[in-house]
Write a protein that binds this ligand. Structure first.
Ligand code: PBG
Ligand code: ZN
Length: 322
């Protein structure tokens, strides 16, 4: 027998030598949910291990993470006033603005702060845009989203990440930021975001479920791969710096296709439902959490992601799973 692939699997040293995919702590972004008030650390029932933090407690938690090399975070605001025009989303006193301001004051460039830009947690109806006649209005929504991004960037966010899936929002955000002298604020686009049941636990965390209908008129149909690339190319042309695929596990083919069709860095979002499935199965003793998590992370990297947004990031770094 000439070919014996097992020769290169003989022991850990040779396996390490020939490993094709390697993870680094620098790839991980950790999402946080920030709420108004003080001294709050409220567990989110649907996402074991994940909490709502008030800004004061957020700062302490981030400081702990930083010690383990967790220096990139993605911020979501929750618990703000909900209106039909989403005005609390772009207020200069929004909870996200307060959090960014405080984090930047405490940690400066030691911490890279990314903010999610979407209005579903700020609208009475729970849709990711402005609703009229039961339809999410594209261009009116884009205007609000751009204002929201501007408020975050002004507070010092290093990067804004629009997650709404309106047409033309990346270009509009880029334009407004540039006009306001914020040409160095980056944009990570949720370029390929599918209408997915995997967001279930997140919607409890952000209290952002649509009260009526679903998100299928803006988020993508999961049957479509060509359309996914079209979305990504549009965002690239509008000035996105990083392209993201979301969710991750059920969309590894899309990740690979995107990687092969862009020169931009490719990110994936290992979303709430993917997280909670692993976490709850592990709590029940059905699976080995560390091994499952690391198998998933390698799958993302192998498929083409060089950036991984995941609620597991704290465990991976703090517990030295790498
Ligand atoms: C808001 C937003 C969602 C997620 C990120 N930004 C939910 C949604 O679109 O309904 C999902 C994140 C997760 O499930 O972890 N548009
Ligand atoms: Zn939304």
């Amino acid at each position: 027998m000439l070919n014996r692939p097992r020769r290169l699997r003989k022991n850990p040293i040779i396996r390490e030598l020939v490993a094709e995919t390697r993870l680094s702590k620098d790839m991980f972004i950790y999402p946080y949910f920030v709420i108004p008030g003080k001294k709050h650390i409220h567990p989110i029932a649907a996402m074991p291990g994940i909490n709502h933090f008030s800004v004061d407690e957020l700062v302490k938690d981030v400081e702990h993470g930083l010690k383990h090399g967790l220096n990139k975070i993605l911020l979501f605001g929750a618990g703000e006033e909900k209106t039909s025009d989403a005005s609390s989303s772009f207020s200069k006193n929004s909870i996200v603005v307060k959090a960014v301001t405080e984090l930047k004051k405490q940690f400066g460039d030691e911490l890279y702060v990314i903010t999610d830009v979407c209005v579903c947690a700020y609208t009475t109806h729970g849709h990711c845009g402005i609703l009229q006649n039961d339809y999410v209005q594209n261009d009116a929504s884009v205007e609000v989203l751009a204002k929201m991004a501007l408020s975050h960037a002004r507070a010092g966010a290093d990067m804004v990440a629009p997650s709404d899936m309106m047409d033309g929002r990346v270009g509009a955000i880029r334009n407004l930021l540039d006009k306001n002298g914020l040409e160095n604020t980056s944009i990570m686009s949720y370029a390929i975001k599918f209408a997915s049941a995997y967001y279930g636990p997140f919607r409890e965390a952000a209290d952002s479920s649509p009260k009526k209908g679903d998100r299928k008129s803006y988020q993508m149909d999961f049957r479509n791969g060509n359309e996914a690339l079209k979305e990504a190319i549009l965002d690239e042309n509008e000035g996105a710096d990083i392209l993201m695929v979301k969710p991750a596990l059920a969309y590894l083919d899309i990740l690979r296709d995107l990687k092969e069709n862009t020169l931009l860095p490719v990110a994936c979002y290992n979303v709430s439902g993917e997280y909670s499935m692993v976490k709850i199965a592990a709590q029940k003793g059905l699976i080995d959490e560390q091994r499952i998590v690391m198998e998933n992370m390698h799958a993302f990297a192998r498929a083409g992601a060089s950036i991984i947004i995941t609620y597991h990031a704290k465990d991976i770094l703090n517990k030295s799973w790498l």
